[in-house]
Design a binder for this molecule. Structure first.
Ligand SMILES: Cc1cc2nc3c(=O)[nH]c(=O)nc-3n(C[C@H](O)[C@H](O)[C@H](O)COP(=O)(O)O)c2cc1C
Length: 605
């Protein structure tokens, strides 16, 4: 297929937002914010935090909560994890797999993305774990496929060092072939019989042995879990190297990307969509979520004050430790305040996206990097775009990216919670909805992740042109289940009406009207995806207010838009505004009030 045809024109896009999270205590993207008494990240070892997060996300019609995850610790800097521990940078990292069920229990629609490593988690185990979660959440699970780039993780797993990137991807392709067989081919639909006479709980003829004999992975046996609502969870991915892009084009349905300019984003999305086309897939079926870390205030001054306050808490050493780990270059070998030229200092086994971002970003810089500047920047979102302003300014910024690039939405990173994500839900989401950019209701309330992220009611499974797709055409048993529930609801209504009715004639009219409804709804629900779009809503969205952690400070009250006297400028922060020492004084910062543009980036693992 010609390259240009890889990006076909598409119907009006709906902007989707994910919450970007890591189950670590201390800080995630914004290293050092744990120092703020208002920050609740030190409580991220409690279920209350995740329950609050899940409810808030659903209230804001957030598509999914995306959990990044890594093994090991950032220990390239000074050959030690000391700076990472002192800065509290992505430490105390818990396993999101254990957390998600509780989040699902208090929500109906928001989905959950969990990172899983093809290098270290056995494929049989991963398939079982993700299937279990897909069952328990009624189809709200995705898998962020990573190959694990760090030597620290390799050593934790008893290896001397990480395999070279290309080989990791080769092994990952095999891994995918294997888990696809477990999810798509091992169990036929309807293998659960529950027949008493003749006795047959599970029909052995409908469950097929998987024999896999690859170079990197082998197995012989049966998938442990019967098919879940989506069978294969929604596949996410984030690689940016040549092999990473090829992998994404073949497998990914969602991409988490962290790119610092509109042009770089366009060329990345184009490359991945072209790879999808080469693999016989519909390029537009891949949804791109760009990282962004906004700081939102009801006024410009309030936004600026939040920025200034956060800047006081950053950890330069923690940031350098992160950068050293992402790039596999020990930054402690360079003097802290001397200019540093990034060219020529890349190493093997890095995150390609990080390197690319710094190269792109550095082109427009008037001053050279120093390690201190790098550390400051990395501890404050890196090269991830960080618009600072009122909801309308931040929405302008996002709208520009959304319309000028080929992305489908954003992965929202936070500076400090609960404030940052509350600002997104209370201030930003209403502005995006007002502009018609974002949905005001999920496409399928109570539906699967795949249906919602693809805005495709009824389409719970991978499409036929995905490489995982089984040779079997599958009936949509989830739709059947929903139809049965709806039928039950309508029958109950009919029964109630009949009881309430005192006049026999009226009784007959009402129940025949309801019977008609029951039969119409049942017919509709057993038809295909398009028609399923008009199904009555089965589950009303959750609207509880988030639970407060006992020790949390009082939250910000959200004022109406009218209360904000907004100067129509966006405060854009550049690396030049970063302070030169750890005594961060607000007045030392240069404030640049200018038109919207992107800044800093870096990967957010
Ligand atoms: C935006 C972004 C997010 C990532 N998140 C994770 C993560 O949560 N866990 C992880 O182990 N690797 C993560 N990675 C690393 C990639 O999955 C991949 O292993 C690494 O980028 C090396 O592949 P590449 O050279 O193709 O980029 C991330 C990379 C990017 C660019």
């Amino acid at each position: 297929m010609a390259e240009d045809s890889a990006v076909p024109s598409r119907p009006k896009k709906i902007m989707q937002l994910n919450f970007f999270e890591t189950a670590c205590t201390g800080s995630h993207m914004a290293t050092g914010q744990w120092k703020s008494p208002e920050d609740n990240s030190r409580y991220k070892d409690r279920l209350e935090y995740y329950i609050w997060l899940a409810r808030l996300a659903e209230k804001g019609k957030i598509t999914s909560i995306f959990f990044a995850d890594t093994y090991g610790i950032h220990e390239t800097f000074e050959g030690s994890p000391a700076a990472t521990y002192r800065g509290g940078s992505q430490v105390g990292t818990m396993d999101p797999v254990c957390i998600v069920s509780a989040m699902a229990a208090v929500t109906k629609t928001v989905a959950f993305g969990i990172t899983g490593s093809t290098s270290y988690v056995n494929p049989f185990i991963l398939a079982r774990t993700w299937s279990t979660l897909d069952h328990l959440t009624r189809g709200r699970i995705s898998w962020n496929v990573v190959t694990s780039y760090s030597n620290s993780a390799a050593r934790c797993m008893g290896k001397d060092k990480v395999l070279p990137s290309e080989e990791r991807y080769k092994a990952a392709h095999e891994y995918m072939d294997l888990v696809y067989q477990l999810w798509e081919d091992c169990w036929d639909d309807g293998a659960q019989k529950w027949s008493v006479e003749p006795e047959c709980a599970y029909d052995p003829d409908m469950i097929h042995r998987v024999e896999y004999n690859g170079k990197y992975h082998k197995m012989s046996g049966y998938g442990q879990v019967h098919p879940s609502p989506q069978r294969t969870p929604v596949i996410f991915q984030a690689g940016a190297s040549k092999s990473g892009i090829e992998f994404a084009g073949k497998h990914a349905e969602g991409i988490y990307t962290d790119v610092s300019t509109v042009d770089a984003m366009l060329s990345y999305t184009k490359a991945v969509r072209a790879a999808a086309a080469r693999n016989g897939r519909d390029p537009s079926s891949i949804k791109f979520f760009a990282a962004i870390m906004p700081i939102i205030g009801r006024t410009v001054e309030e936004a600026q004050a939040k920025y200034d306050y956060a800047l006081k808490n950053i950890s330069v050493q923690g940031g350098l430790a992160k950068f050293s780990s992402y790039t596999n270059v020990d930054m402690s070998q360079f003097p802290l305040d001397e200019p540093f030229n990034f060219e020529g200092k890349t190493a093997d086994n890095t995150i390609t996206g990080v390197i690319n971002n710094f190269k792109t970003y550095s082109k427009d810089m008037s001053e050279a990097w120093t390690p201190r500047k790098l550390g400051g920047m990395l501890s404050f979102g890196g090269t991830t775009p960080m618009p600072v302003g009122t909801p309308s300014m931040v929405a302008d910024f996002m709208e520009k990216w959304f319309t000028e690039t080929d992305i489908d939405g954003f992965n929202m990173a936070y500076v400090s919670n609960p404030g940052s994500f509350e600002d997104v839900v209370e201030l930003l989401v209403p502005e995006l909805q007002k502009r018609g950019l974002m949905w005001t209701e999920y496409p399928v309330p109570g539906g699967t992740f795949r249906e919602n992220v693809q805005c495709a009611p009824g389409k719970c499974f991978l499409p036929a042109n995905h490489p995982a797709k089984s040779k079997f055409e599958r009936p949509n048993y989830l739709e059947e289940e929903r139809a049965a529930e709806e039928k039950k609801k309508l029958e109950a209504q009919a029964e109630k009406l009949e009881k309430e009715s005192t006049v026999t004639e009226n009784n007959e009219e009402k129940s025949s009207a309801v019977e008609e409804q029951v039969s119409a709804a049942t017919t509709k629900q057993t038809q295909d995806g398009e028609e399923a779009a008009s199904l009555p809503e089965l589950v009303s969205p959750v609207s509880e207010t988030p639970t407060l952690l006992a020790e949390e400070p009082e939250r910000m009250k959200v004022k109406s838009e009218a209360e904000s006297k907004v100067a129509e400028q966006l405060v854009v922060l550049s690396v030049d505004t970063l302070p030169q020492n750890n005594e961060y004084k607000a007045e030392e910062l240069k404030k640049t009030e200018t038109e919207v543009q992107v800044l800093p980036v870096v990967v957010a693992t």
